[in-house]
Write a protein that binds this ligand. Structure first.
Ligand code: SF4
Length: 257
């Protein structure tokens, strides 16, 4: 393996291409070459998760997670995640509650008009498109799934406006089935730690599915989203206050506080 000046775990597909500075000690996991930076993060993952769990209590739960355990939870998680794309959590929360006050089942929501949905969800990003997608989703849930939200990733991905992030959240939070939801926070923080070295959230998900112990799959998103919203923020993270600082490679972090 040639020496490369990279950290983390690279793409899948049998042609693992990523290693780290300390490439004298590379380890093969499945069809991935994993470097010592990632090995270190994996070794200390139980401690990291313990710290993240304790820290998460200080902050508000992301809106989508608040629907767990409620009536029609998979449907609410599906619709609120669709609303959350490119939208701040507070705006998503207010829009979700306005919409669910009008209708909290696919059957009832399918009777709403597009302008009514748009008015309820405004000002979430792309609210015109999202209103149309929500109506299409409700129609599809009726015509193909007897009004029930599917519980498997591949079927969920056939719904309008539903990508891997949304589908994974429905599977994990709505049905408590295994999945890894990788959004912008999970993607960014996994790369900063040196656990992965990837370019897109989808690529990160595929690598995490190979190296992350299954017991952490469902909670990984919950913990990293809240950490990414409050401390490991996109620009200039608060590294000086971070309790997992010693485990973190700070890859691609150019300025911090
Ligand atoms: S040390 Fe900095 S970059 Fe690393 S997890 Fe903490 S806040 Fe994020």
């Amino acid at each position: 393996m040639p020496r490369q000046r990279q950290r983390g775990v690279g793409a899948t597909g049998g042609s693992a291409r990523t290693c780290c500075n300390d490439s004298w000690s590379l380890i093969a996991v499945s069809d991935i070459i994993i470097c010592m930076t990632a090995v270190k993060v994996l070794k200390y993952l139980p401690a990291i998760i313990r710290i993240l769990r304790a820290e998460a209590k200080r902050w508000t739960t992301p809106i989508v997670g608040t629907f767990v355990g409620e009536d029609h939870a998979p449907f609410k998680i599906l619709i609120s995640t669709v609303l959350s794309l490119r939208t701040k959590d507070k705006t998503t929360a207010e829009a979700s509650h306005r919409l669910f006050r009008l209708a909290e089942t696919p059957k009832k929501m399918a009777t709403l008009s597009i302008p009514t949905i748009e008015k309820a969800i405004y000002p979430v990003g792309f609210y015109h498109t999202k209103a149309r997608n929500i109506l299409k989703i409700c129609g599809t849930l009726f015509s193909r799934f007897s009004g029930r939200v599917p519980d498997d990733l591949e079927t969920l991905l056939t719904l309008d406006g539903v990508g891997r992030k949304t589908a994974n959240l429905v599977v994990t939070l709505g049905y408590k089935k295994l999945g890894i939801c990788v959004d912008t926070h999970v993607h960014r923080i996994s790369n900063r730690w040196g656990l992965v070295k990837t370019k897109t959230p989808n690529e990160t998900e595929m690598v995490l599915r190979k190296i992350l112990p299954k017991r952490y799959w469902i909670i990984f998103n919950d913990l990293l989203v809240v950490y990414g919203q409050n401390l490991c923020v996109p620009i200039s993270p608060f590294c000086s206050r971070c309790k997992i600082n010693r485990f973190c490679a700070k890859a691609r972090v150019t300025t911090s506080r």
